[in-house]
Design a binder for this molecule. Structure first.
Ligand SMILES: [Zn+2]
Length: 181
């Protein structure tokens, strides 16, 4: 008689990890460090469990476990369901992972970074700055420099335009890379 392949299989099998699982763990580690990875790996192994069971399993204080669970819950990376405990009648929360949310999470994070970079780019592109070679820490916008007839407010020497084309170029490159991902 043939045995079902899943029976008696080790609960944790690295060779079965999908790229999504690996990406999931990477994101978790980025957000919550080693402890979060430990917690999420235990959660994947155990299925739906309470924070108490989880804390016992990983040997991390329950308050820390809860903090990490809440953080990941807010990001939509794990979910929780409320159920009534049959013996006590109390409501308890069961936690479980949501690896399929990782894609959404990564995409929205990338979108936010891109928005920021584009704002920065248009700022750099639209503005020119002026400085004095002799006085440190004096930076003026075009309007400010013009008001002073392009003379340094510190020493009266000439103001020089700062070339920010390198910064602009670098921001453009990063944007291009992110958009291609
Ligand atoms: Zn000066």
């Amino acid at each position: 008689m043939e045995q079902a392949p899943e029976q008696g299989a080790a609960p944790e099998r690295k060779d079965r990890e999908s790229p999504l699982d690996r990406e999931f763990i990477k994101v978790i580690g980025h957000l919550g460090g080693e402890e979060a990875v430990k917690i999420v790996e235990a959660l994947k192994r155990l299925g739906e469990v309470t924070d108490e069971v989880l804390a016992n399993e990983v040997g991390i204080r329950i308050n820390d476990v809860r903090k990490i669970l809440l953080k990941l819950y807010e990001k939509g990376l794990i979910s929780a369901i409320r159920v009534q405990d049959e013996s006590t009648g109390w409501y308890i929360f069961l936690w479980r992972t949501q690896p399929d949310q990782v894609d959404t999470f990564i995409r929205s994070r990338r979108r936010k970074v891109l928005e920021k970079l584009k704002r920065r780019l248009s700022y750099e592109e639209s503005r020119s700055f002026f400085r004095c070679d002799r006085c440190k820490g004096i930076y003026l916008s075009f309007d400010e420099a013009m008001e002073r007839a392009f003379m340094c407010p510190g020493c009266g020497g000439p103001l020089r335009a700062i070339d920010n084309s390198k910064a602009v170029e670098r921001i453009r490159e990063i944007i291009k890379k992110l958009e291609a991902e």
